[in-house]
Ligand binder design. Structure first.
Ligand code: UDP
Length: 429
């Protein structure tokens, strides 16, 4: 169907010598059959909406005017009355005015990128896009432009899979993220959590001025469950200089409180950004934790990937004789700026708080199984699972025994505490 790769980068570089390609975006041929199936399935609901509109003498549809990322105006149908009023957009898809997946309706691209896309590929506005999906699950591993490029270069199967993932994300996270409030800091489960984008979190780690070591923790479903059942751990988390919200559970909890989390600030996605920032600002790292050899392996892999990166030292996390003093000397003698401690919760958080006054580094973070991923010892979940916020399923499959309590028991308990007991409390802080 498509014979030329869509590339924003090449096109923006050669704007003046531009030949229009007018290639068709793959996959849209399945829009009409899918829309028809959904219309038939939703027919009883549509008939109720139409009957209600007729009884109350209102028009059946209301028109919604939107602007897509290419600044084109798109008019969408909604029912003016009844249930699931937005499902009337299925008629727009069936009539070919709109695609299931296409140019996002949620943001505007810069004028030169708009020019490239419009001339390079024929693509309608879409109800879903890869960008919207990543926004919803808080993935910040690619820019808007990279996501659009990847989406438009996908084949028909990718198109269909994107529809499925988008429907799943609606089921899991709801549709309306635009209605959620924004705040710099949130109070979630009694803890003050920073609501930072990935870039802001990295800036905090590398740029916060300090006389004493700044401590940062990533809070996720597991650490919240631990903090609720163990007040000592709750106090320890409260004593950190920064808490970052990690994972889709925290996203759901913030949403329950009416707030949008800016990013999924997990250590694993953050490390590449942190490495780049360290290379730029000439700051060094120290890796402490994981099984013998793993931190060293992770360090080698990262130094290869980010030339100029300085990992000043490594130490494993299985010190049976508890030689903390020796490790602290090694960390301090290395002269590192940023210390990453990977021993799992709550051990890593307790270790850092117990020894923070003896550390000389600028910032120290507790990072869980981070080195296992970057050493290649444990594989990271496939992107499609992360895109729907289900990375934990992968981790459970990899280590069913170790992770059973954390995920199979812990996740329902967290949901019960969040949605039934309403422990998320909250608001801005
Ligand atoms: N670990 C350690 N010392 C210990 C126990 C665990 O260094 O005494 C390491 C373990 O090898 C793993 C990390 O701590 O690399 C914990 O990973 P986990 O999967 O618990 O972290 P998560 O990312 O899920 O918080």
């Amino acid at each position: 169907m498509k014979n030329t790769k869509f590339s924003l980068q090449t096109m923006t570089q050669s704007l003046k010598h531009y030949d229009s390609i007018h290639d068709q975006y793959s996959g849209t041929f399945i829009d009409r059959p899918i829309a028809l199936i959904l219309i038939l399935m939703l027919l009883p609901c549509f008939l109720i909406n139409i009957a209600l509109a007729l009884c109350t003498r209102r028009s059946i549809f209301s028109m919604q005017h939107k602007t897509d990322a290419l600044s084109r105006t798109v008019t969408l149908h909604h029912f003016s009355f009844g249930i699931w009023v937005k499902t009337a957009v299925l008629f727009d898809i069936y009539s070919g005015k709109l695609s299931f997946c296409g140019i996002p309706l949620t943001h505007r691209l810069s004028p030169d990128i708009q020019f490239c896309v419009m001339n390079q590929i024929k693509c309608k506005a879409g109800l879903f896009s890869l960008y919207d999906l990543h926004l919803k699950t808080g993935l910040t591993i690619m820019s808007k432009e990279q996501l659009l490029e990847q989406q438009l270069n996908g084949n028909s199967v990718d198109y269909f899979v994107l529809i499925i993932k988008s429907f799943m994300s609606i089921v899991l996270y709801g549709r309306a993220i635009t209605k959620l409030k924004k705040a710099k800091n949130l109070s979630l489960f009694g803890l003050r959590v920073k609501n930072t984008s990935m870039a802001e979190a990295v800036d905090w780690i590398t740029q916060t001025p300090t006389d004493k070591t700044n401590i940062g923790f990533f809070v996720n479903v597991h650490s919240i469950n631990l903090s609720i059942s163990d007040p000592t751990f709750f106090n320890q988390l409260s004593n950190a200089n920064a808490l970052f919200a990690d994972g889709s559970g925290m996203r759901l909890a913030a949403k329950k409180a009416g707030f949008l989390l800016n990013g999924n600030n997990n250590g694993t996605d953050m490390l590449p950004h942190l490495c780049k920032s360290c290379v730029k600002s000439n700051q060094s790292l120290y890796f402490f934790g994981a099984k013998p050899g793993i931190a060293e392996q992770a360090s080698k892999a990262l130094c290869k990937q980010y030339p100029g990166l300085n990992v000043a030292g490594t130490a494993h996390g299985y010190n049976k004789d508890n030689n903390a003093e020796q490790i602290i000397d090694s960390i301090n003698n290395s002269g590192c700026d940023i210390l990453l401690v990977a021993m799992g919760s709550p051990v890593q958080e307790q270790w850092l708080l117990e020894h923070r006054d003896k550390l000389h580094c600028k910032t120290a973070l507790a990072v869980g199984g981070l080195f296992d991923f970057y050493s290649g010892d444990i594989s990271r979940s496939p992107l499609w699972l992360r895109e729907i916020g289900m990375e934990w399923v992968w981790r459970l499959l990899q280590e069913p025994r170790n992770k059973f309590n954390r995920y199979v028991v812990g996740n329902p308990i967290f949901l019960y505490r969040t949605f039934i007991l309403g422990l998320v409390n909250t608001g801005e802080k």
